[in-house]
Design a protein around this ligand. Structure first.
Ligand SMILES: [Zn+2]
Length: 415
């Protein structure tokens, strides 16, 4: 078998991969890049076709067996840091293709590690796509633009600085409780009905912070939920080791507080709820237990769940955002992408491979949910260490992602 990668100048779409289809080649798309694999006999056909197309093929130097190809989804670079000797054939940050013995892969499967997941690469699929750049921004709506313009660097910076001032926000630590109480107070001051809810996280207790703002609409009201996990972790150092968690997930938590501030005096038609989850790093405990507590009526009126996790590190030159959901969240994904095209200069990546954050339990329950996260072409290698600090935070990226999210939420809850 032969493996090769190709790049195109624009987004790879199916028509551009006709040569792969013609030659019965399997292709896996990662934004502007694709990995193709085929039998030896098809290689010449592909090479000849490529010569006549706009696609340039690069033959990979590591031919392998098809059964050895695995797709890895990882947080930061946690898979690579744990397994530096495993050959990486394609590196797109959150997503990797690796060359792995099936026996070893089976051991990974059994672990159900929340830091990364491994699955056979399979055949043709889009792991993530790149939204084509528009020539100009879409036309904005005045009242939404006014809200978007309220996103403030100073309050964002002050909240994130406060969050990293606790040496750790480990889910079951006393400092997590302090941080959760502080966040609840902030939301209360902004005018929200806020409360702490206890959850279990392993053998300990942690908390979710929940804040509500009812809509003005007479009659049935939809519910829009904005979430982020407040806890942090130091994977190697244990529960008392330094875990500032500036990007993971001080950025999403400070972002949630900033969106709440921006919408604090907004006259929304539909109901708005903000939730900071605990126990995410131990296995999505906060979101799972919150979801389990919801009755059918409440579940069915959820129009959208918007999760923010790691929105503060610029891993590539262009400020970019990955919008990650599933088929059930497609309309939210489209609306977010349009918000980005109207109110920001972000490059938008889209994935229907939801993984390892608090949007996943909602999606699994059939509720339209989506994650917004810094772009995936590279990855933050500092997460889950004492080095996830403010020095690595890019506030311009955070503000851009928040502008997109504010515009999306405003449109969903109305006025
Ligand atoms: Zn996280």
């Amino acid at each position: 078998m032969q493996i090769f990668t190709c790049r195109t100048s624009a987004d790879i779409c199916e028509s551009q991969l006709d040569l792969a289809k013609l030659s019965h080649t399997n292709w896996i798309q990662f934004g502007q890049e694709a990995l193709l694999y085929a039998d030896e006999s098809d290689w010449n056909k592909i090479a000849n076709s490529a010569g006549r197309s706009s696609i340039s093929l690069q033959r990979n130097h590591n031919p392998s067996q098809q059964e050895n190809l695995y797709l890895v989804r990882q947080k930061g670079r946690l898979f690579q840091q744990e397994h530096p000797a495993i050959p990486v054939l394609l590196d797109k940050g959150r997503f990797l293709v690796v060359d792995l013995e099936p026996e070893l892969a089976n051991q990974f499967h059994q672990r159900e590690d929340p830091c990364y997941q491994i699955q056979p690469l399979g055949e043709t699929q889009v792991v993530f796509s790149l939204r084509p750049q528009l020539a100009a921004r879409r036309t904005s709506v005045k009242w939404i633009q006014d809200l978007v313009d309220k996103v403030s660097r100073s309050s964002l910076e002050s909240n994130l600085t406060k969050l990293v001032s606790w040496s750790t926000r480990h889910s079951t630590s006393s400092s997590y409780s302090e941080a959760a109480t502080w966040a609840q107070e902030q939301l209360k001051t902004m005018g929200y009905q806020s409360r702490l809810e206890n959850i279990t996280a392993g053998s300990g207790t942690s908390h979710n912070v929940i804040a509500d703002k009812s809509g003005n609409h007479k009659g049935n009201k939809d519910l829009v939920i904005i979430v982020a996990h407040l806890d942090s972790i130091n994977s190697l150092g244990g529960s008392s080791a330094d875990a500032p968690g500036a990007d993971d997930n001080g950025s999403g938590s400070a972002g949630l507080l900033e969106i709440a501030r921006v919408l604090g005096t907004h006259q929304n038609q539909h109901d708005l709820r903000f939730i900071l989850f605990g126990g995410e790093e131990q296995g999505l405990f906060g979101s799972r237990q919150y979801l389990a507590s919801l009755g059918t009526t409440e579940r069915t009126r959820i129009k959208a769940v918007l999760n923010m996790d790691m929105i503060g590190t610029l891993n590539v030159t262009n400020p970019s955002v990955l919008i990650e959901g599933a088929t059930i969240s497609q309309s939210i994904i489209d609306a977010l992408a349009e918000a980005a095209e109207t109110y920001t200069g972000l490059t938008v990546e889209i994935s229907l491979n939801p993984f390892a954050s608090d949007h996943v339990p909602f999606i699994n329950a059939g509720i339209p949910a989506v994650l917004t996260i810094e772009g995936t072409d590279s990855a933050n290698s500092n997460i889950h260490t004492a080095n996830d600090i403010l020095d690595h935070i890019n506030y311009e990226l955070m503000e851009e992602i928040l502008r997109m999210n504010v515009a999306f939420i405003a449109n969903e809850v109305g006025r």
